[in-house]
Design a protein around this ligand. Structure first.
Ligand SMILES: [Zn+2]
Length: 435
């Protein structure tokens, strides 16, 4: 299918520093890739003449046309557990509330929980997410059916290695059948993996040619325990174990010191910053400004919906910016455009897809969103970047295209029945809480 988007405010996320990053223009999609991006309406006419029998035309007047957002750390099926436990510390939250109920979840619960999270993300303009959970095969299926791009990470943990061995094989078999699902290994965290099981994960990532997606330096307890047990920080431990020998995406990195940041930068480890989850679990404030200044690629994630409690990347952008300002007492820390980069181009880099995703340029995959600016909370129009980061909501996203396919049109999801997704999720959680 071909798509022509015209009369829009194009925000391609590749403007040279110092230049206005958006312009009025048009954009063409051929099959699943961007064919052209231009400020000239003649280009639109040419494209239309070329594809006149097979072209969907979208009039984007009053709308921003920008890359879809990339959520680089979540556990999407935890949408099912939204609100079951709030206002407790991380380890208590995991051990007493989350893990017991997760132990009762099987393929179907994960599949339907993932569908709920995916629906929320698509409706808010997220076109790619990076996941980690048991039964990643179910998440892969749900993502493929909904038409959202997903990087699923089968997740070794000491108490479920047998399940992991089945899970990664099923995901690996499924990947070639999907245009939107890819895989990373998901070694869960230093505190859930023995040396031997971490080694197994690292050797699999080499064998399969995929990167690793890990929780790293999330809390003070994790840092203290690692230093007591191994005599080094979690970052130093993973480096020593050889984890960073393949492409690595590390979620959180709240408790990283200067030495750790040096290691992350030198090993080209990307960091998924999850400001709202870190705030809600009182884990602390990741030194994002310091990491960016040191050359670390920092992207954004929501984490699971039970520690956030939504999957709204607009809120993460705003929170990331505001939190660094207050943490450093510097209003210039994380300007609005940097927050947008973290949610788009940096996200693409974090999953090894730089230049292919998170950017509107010819040859890139057509993952595009249209944001409606005709709203009172976005008026008057003086600085579009400021409006998007400091004022916009997920509900302002009107149309979503993933891999050249329109999946949300005029705020209606075309690939999922929203009512059915929500009622199925309700049925599951009612049953799980009564089991
Ligand atoms: Zn997480």
């Amino acid at each position: 299918m071909n798509i022509l988007i015209k009369n829009g405010i194009i925000l391609p996320m590749n403007a040279p520093k110092g230049e206005q990053p958006y312009f009025c223009g048009c954009l063409g999609v051929e099959n699943n890739k961007i064919a052209f991006v231009s400020s000239s309406s003649q280009e639109a006419d040419k494209f239309l003449a070329l594809h006149k029998d097979d072209c969907t035309v979208i009039d984007a007047a009053g709308k921003v046309v920008m890359p879809g957002l990339i959520n680089t750390h979540t556990h999407v099926a935890m949408a099912l557990l939204r609100g079951i436990s709030d206002d407790v510390p991380l380890m208590e939250w995991l051990q007493e509330h989350i893990w017991p109920i997760e132990g009762k979840m099987g393929y179907q619960e994960v599949f339907d929980g993932a569908r709920l999270g995916i629906l929320e993300m698509l409706m808010g303009g997220t076109t790619t997410f990076v996941d980690m959970y048991p039964y990643e095969e179910a998440v892969a299926h749900a993502a493929d059916l909904a038409g959202i791009r997903a990087v699923v990470s089968p997740c070794p943990m000491d108490f479920r290695m047998e399940h992991f061995e089945t899970d990664w094989r099923k995901v690996n078999e499924f990947i070639p059948q999907s245009q939107v699902v890819t895989m990373m290994m998901g070694p869960h965290a230093i505190y859930t993996l023995s040396d031997k099981n971490l080694e197994r994960s690292i050797s699999l990532s080499h064998e399969l040619g995929v990167g690793s997606h890990v929780h790293l330096a999330e809390t003070e307890t994790e840092d203290r325990d690692a230093r007591a047990k191994y005599g080094m920080s979690p970052t130093e431990y993973f480096q020593k174990a050889g984890l960073f020998g393949t492409h690595t995406l590390a979620a959180h990195c709240v408790m990283v010191d200067d030495r750790d940041i040096e290691i992350l930068a030198a090993n080209k480890v990307s960091v998924a910053h999850n400001p709202q989850s870190n705030m809600k679990l009182a884990s602390g404030i990741a030194p994002v400004k310091k990491m960016l200044d040191a050359g670390v690629n920092v992207s954004l994630g929501t984490d699971g919906a039970s520690s956030n409690n939504d999957l709204d990347m607009w809120e993460e952008m705003r929170t990331a910016s505001l939190l660094q300002k207050v943490a450093t007492m510097n209003p210039c820390a994380i300007p609005a455009y940097t927050a947008l980069e973290m949610a788009t181009v940096n996200g693409a880099k974090a999953i090894g897809r730089e230049g292919e995703l998170g950017i509107l340029t010819p040859g890139a995959f057509a993952d595009i969103i249209l944001v409606d600016l005709e709203k009172a909370h976005l008026y008057p129009h003086t600085n579009i970047i400021s409006e998007l980061v400091y004022s916009a909501h997920a509900q302002d996203v009107e149309t979503v295209i993933v891999n050249g396919r329109i999946v949300v049109e005029n705020r209606k999801c075309l690939t999922m029945n929203a009512q059915e997704v929500c009622s199925t999720a309700q049925k599951h959680i009612d049953e799980l809480l009564n089991k």
